[in-house]
Design a protein around this ligand. Structure first.
Ligand code: ZN
Length: 155
C-alpha cells in the first residue's frame, strides 16, 4: 500500500469513528437512502441560508459500514469548510460536486477526486477500485441529490 493510500485509509477510519455533521433536528427536510447490499442507511438534510440560496450545513444520521458513514461525514465536512471559507454552495455548486464525485467513484480507479476541490473527501477516491463498495460511498451524495431534485420540483 502506498503512503497516500495509507493516509486515505486513516482519514476514512477517523471519520467513521468520529463522524462530522452527525445529528438531525426537528424541522430538517431529510432524504433517507438505503444500500440493501451492505445494510447501510443514511438520512441526510441540507440546511439552507435564510434566503434559501446556499447550503450552510449538511447534517445526517445513519448506520452501516465505515465507508458509507465516513463518506457522509466527509461530505458534511466539505460543505462546512466551503461555507466557512465564504463559498457556501449554491444548488448548482452542489450538483457539480455530486456529478464529479459520481464520475470519479464509477471510474474504477481511473479518475481520482481532485484534492483541491474535495479536501479530505478525496480519500474516497480509492473506493472506485472496489465496484461493490461504490454504492456505500455514494449513499450520502445520492441523498443530497434527492433533496436537490425535490427542491427544484417545488419551485
Ligand atoms: Zn457499505
Amino acid at each position: 500500500m502506498s503512503g497516500l493510500e495509507q493516509l486515505y485509509q486513516q482519514i476514512i477510519m477517523d471519520h467513521s469513528k468520529s463522524p462530522h455533521g452527525y445529528g438531525l433536528a426537528e424541522g430538517d427536510v431529510t432524504s433517507h437512502q438505503r444500500n440493501p447490499v451492505c445494510g447501510d442507511e443514511v438520512t441526510l438534510a441540507l440546511r439552507w441560508s435564510a434566503d434559501g440560496t446556499r447550503v450552510e450545513e449538511v447534517a445526517w444520521e445513519g448506520s452501516g459500514c465505515s465507508i458509507s458513514q465516513a463518506s457522509a461525514s466527509l461530505f458534511a465536512t466539505l460543505a462546512a469548510e466551503d461555507a466557512d471559507a465564504g463559498n457556501a454552495w449554491t444548488p448548482d455548486d452542489l450538483q457539480a460536486f455530486i456529478d464529479e464525485f459520481r464520475e470519479a467513484l464509477r471510474s474504477r480507479g481511473q479518475i481520482p477526486l481532485d484534492e483541491e476541490r474535495f479536501g479530505d473527501a478525496a480519500a474516497l477516491s480509492g473506493v472506485s477500485k472496489f465496484v461493490a463498495r461504490v454504492k456505500c460511498a455514494m449513499l450520502a451524495w445520492v441523498a443530497a441529490e434527492d433533496l436537490l431534485t425535490r427542491r427544484a420540483a417545488q419551485s
